[in-house]
Design a protein. Structure first.
Length: 173
């Protein structure tokens, strides 16, 4: 089974959430709740499907279960947070496990939020909106910094600029 994409049912300016859940019933419930809130949805039944889906669409948030099979939601989170393309994207972990160990593992992997199933609809709505708001704000900050950098370059105010990069700055930049 490949990831299912439901981007047509919501306006293109709405945030896209990648839901990673191996239980079809829970996946359907989450799909219904999130669609009601107007989110564009990408559904995956495994972490591997989620990684494949990222080749097609770049979501604004990933909502993943912990127990998914070969690769856990915690491992998926760690992989996303280690990838420069996705490190700022919020990853929210959802699980039936309510113990401290699962929460600590998720947060140590870089999760931005953590829900214990069953989650109240009002809590899901409020916290996802907050997580997405922070992501959009951080994206605007990065864009602002990049635009500011370009202005400094154009004004010739960056010592060490050789026309392509700032000499002495890590090659990653």
């Amino acid at each position: 089974m490949s990831a299912s994409l439901d981007l047509e049912s919501s306006p293109p300016d709405r945030p896209t959430i990648l839901v990673v859940e191996d239980d079809a019933h829970i996946r359907d419930v989450l799909s219904g709740l999130l669609a009601t809130l107007g989110y564009r949805l990408l559904m995956a039944a495994s972490a591997e499907q989620a990684l494949d889906a990222l080749n097609v669409v770049s979501p604004d948030l990933v909502l993943t279960d912990v127990h998914l099979g070969a690769m856990s939601g915690v491992e998926l989170c760690a992989r996303l947070k280690a990838d420069p393309r996705y490190e700022l994207m919020p990853v929210v972990i959802l699980t039936a496990i309510g113990d401290l160990e699962a929460r600590v593992a998720g947060l140590a992997a870089g999760a931005d939020d953590f829900f214990t199933k069953p989650v109240a609809f009002v809590e899901l709505r409020t916290r996802l909106a907050g997580d997405l708001k922070e992501f959009v704000a951080s994206g605007r900050l990065v864009i602002g910094i990049c635009n500011g950098f370009q202005v400094l370059v154009r004004l010739g105010l960056l010592p060490g600029w050789d026309g392509e990069k700032v000499v002495g700055v890590d090659e990653q930049w």
